[in-house]
Write a protein that binds this ligand. Sequence first.
Ligand code: MLT
Length: 411
Amino acid sequence: MAKINQNFLNLQGSYLFSEIAKRRTKFIQDNPNAQIISLGIGDVTRALPEAVTKAMHAAVDELATVSAFRGYGPEQGYDFLVNAIIEHDYKARGIELASNEVFVSDGSKCDVGNIQEIFSQDAVIAVQDPVYPVYVDTNVMAGRSGAFSKETNRYENIVYLPCNAENNFKPSLPDRKVDLIYLCYPNNPTGMTLTKDELKVWVDYAKANDAIILFDSAYEAYIQEEDVPRSIYEIEGAKDVAIEFRSLSKTAGFTGVRCAYTIVPRGVKAKDENGNEVTVADLWNRRHTTKFNGVSYVTQRGAEAIYSAEGKAQIATLVDYYMSNAAIIRDGLKSLSLTVYGGVNAPYIWLQTPNGLDSWAFFDKLLSEANIVGTPGVGFGQSGQGYFRLTAFGSRENTEKAVERITKLSL
Ligand code: MLT
């Protein structure tokens, strides 16, 4: 018999959002008449912007002709999209990037999950706690995590950076040297942000410790406040130490269409086993071209359209819609005297469970008594215990209904 990768057996339970889906399905089987409102997984519900669908239709028509047909495209993305990204997302904010620093892909989940492959087996990783589970699980699969302790609900070789009410969900620097630091801002799941000065502390740490920051910026479009950096490259020196992940999923409703990009500046270096410097972008390019054949032409034309004047306006409307939902949830929960975080620069609302309820107990209560699906905070890590995440990605009607149902609960 073939031998499996033993590391996979070190994963805990099932992937968080699969577990939630399983519980939801079971509840519906047992309660077929329940009108479930899902504010669990951060999946968008509004239609794609018209500028996007128009561009996609036109691209399909092109492919229907022999003269404009395209087969494999560049694995890193077509120039038209790469250039639009550089121009609108970076140059417009005073950040210079070269086209060989941009890698278009089919999702940030894949990119943040895959990036660890190019680093050494013994690289020490640091993650915020609570954390998007993909960062941890992919390092477990790679054999970097060490054993899992049921007592602490943590892996022994991963450095956890607790984010809680005491530190206003802003992690402290690691207390030992780490090689890779996963930061996510605006944060999933807490919805909190760092200021430029706060982010600079991390860039300075990475420089001083030869570490690399893996900066997940999937929710950048939701930033409303001025002092919140939209890109880590707004911080001086970050182009030497940070890789940035951006996604169109939440920005433009692409969760089903699939398009994202990763910035790997040429200045980001790591070393080989002989101590020689290696340009990380070269390795990422090697990996990307070996394992990925590029995002479809139709999708990339749709992605390009978000940078048109029409596209920008339509995206702003989308973001406003979801952020109004966030305000409805925040205000509704606050009026019940619940302690609520996030939802100001992010589409996630992070609440403290009432009466110190365990996160999963609150999940069950909300599901059975209000027929609402949310995400238990502890599913994102031990520091999420006693917290709960709701998303603002529902329809307005469902968001209002959900708040009304919660108001009627005895909490
Ligand atoms: C979430 O709910 O945390 C996200 O939707 C998951 C993802 O983007 O993969």
